[in-house]
Design a protein around this ligand. Structure first.
Ligand code: 13P
Length: 338
């Protein structure tokens, strides 16, 4: 199956009332883990790469690995998404490379650190929407800023999304999906206690969804940081501090209120690192990378399968045929997707 546009995948999810995990990758084993999980659970899936991941894989490796994924798993609808594009140029280069979706994160300036003005955000996001929709490609925008810093991206400050501004932003930009800031952050250290309504503003999602019922909402920083994965790392020599992630039940609550895309990266990293540490601790004379990369890949697959099941995307891979990007382009042009 050719790669599908993220818009189609999210429209289908909205119709079916489920969410779709968007899992970050930067190497072959991660792509394999996600595709195997998608096959095992019959799930459509979003695979995403940050700028850091694109530079790590030198773009071409990533592109050809994704081509291999679509060839080897023809029954799985998969969208390839640019995570946190910092400029229109980054997004346009992703489109040229064959990504079927891009995020223009104009909540931050091009340095990926400084919170940007609303006007700047609207201008760069609108520019990307025009370029992307002209090629049938989906656009995610962001309003408000997350906490935490990952791959050098992030202001470190949380600015929750303002629902009034969200309505104005969607109307002014024409985006397909809106990432909202509700108190989550990237990385393993999100909350210093089990999050409640004071630090994780799920009610804000409900409010934004009420005002923008047709807009697909995106939750960033949605790793759950399971205690057992952190314990596994620490049991075998790691030194991770205690922390809390986003409970899966809260994500499920978000899905009931318009959240369609859920970004998960850290949980995969934790699963991989724990499995590698365990293997090397138990087999100190091993030196073939396959010996520890196989259990690492299996551990990531297990986490991804659990998320696919919890988000509700499991069982939906066979629901639809991909709409070619040329047809999506036509639908944008005629206003059918507005
Ligand atoms: P986590 O660090 O919680 O996995 O979030 C990843 C993310 O939001 C990527 O954009």
């Amino acid at each position: 199956m050719p790669m599908v546009s993220m818009r189609q995948l999210l429209d289908e999810a909205a119709q079916g009332g489920y969410g779709v995990g968007a899992f970050n990758v930067h190497n072959m084993e991660q792509i394999q883990a996600i595709m195997e999980a998608a096959r095992a659970t019959s799930s459509p899936v979003i695979i995403q790469a940050s700028r850091g991941a694109r530079s790590y894989t030198n773009d071409r490796f990533l592109y050809h690995l994704m081509m291999a994924a679509t060839e080897l798993y023809p029954e799985i609808p998969v969208a390839l998404h640019q995570d946190h594009g910092n400029s229109p140029e980054t997004c346009k280069s992703a489109i040229d490379l064959g990504f079927t979706s891009v995020m223009m994160d104009g909540s931050l300036e091009e340095d990926g650190k400084t919170p940007a003005s609303f006007e700047y955000n609207v201008a760069v996001t609108r520019e990307v929407v025009e370029a992307a929709h002209a090629r049938g490609v989906t656009v995610e925008g962001e309003l408000g800023t997350l906490g935490g810093i990952e791959d050098g991206v992030g202001s470190g400050e949380v600015h929750l999304t303002d629902p009034d501004q969200a309505v104005e932003f969607v109307a002014a930009t024409g985006i397909d999906a809106l990432a909202v800031a509700i108190g989550t952050s990237h990385g393993a250290y999100k909350f210093s206690r089990k999050p409640d309504g004071e630090v994780l503003a799920m009610s804000l999602i409900e409010e934004i969804h009420q005002r923008l019922p047709e807009t697909h909402l995106v939750m960033h920083g949605s790793s759950s940081v399971p205690r057992e994965l952190v314990d596994e790392i620490n049991r075998y020599g790691g030194q991770m501090k205690e922390s809390w992630g986003v409970p899966v039940e809260e994500i499920q609550r978000g899905i009931q209120h318009g959240v369609r895309k859920i970004n998960v990266d850290t949980d995969s990293r934790l699963a991989i690192t724990g499995a590698i540490r365990k293997h090397l601790a138990e087999h100190p004379s091993d030196f073939d990378p396959r010996d520890y990369l196989k259990p690492a890949r299996a551990a990531m697959q297990q986490v991804i399968e659990a998320r696919m099941t919890a988000f509700g995307q499991a069982g939906h891979a066979g629901d639809y045929e991909p709409i070619p990007l040329e047809e999506m382009r036509e639908r944008y042009r005629t206003g059918a997707l507005a």
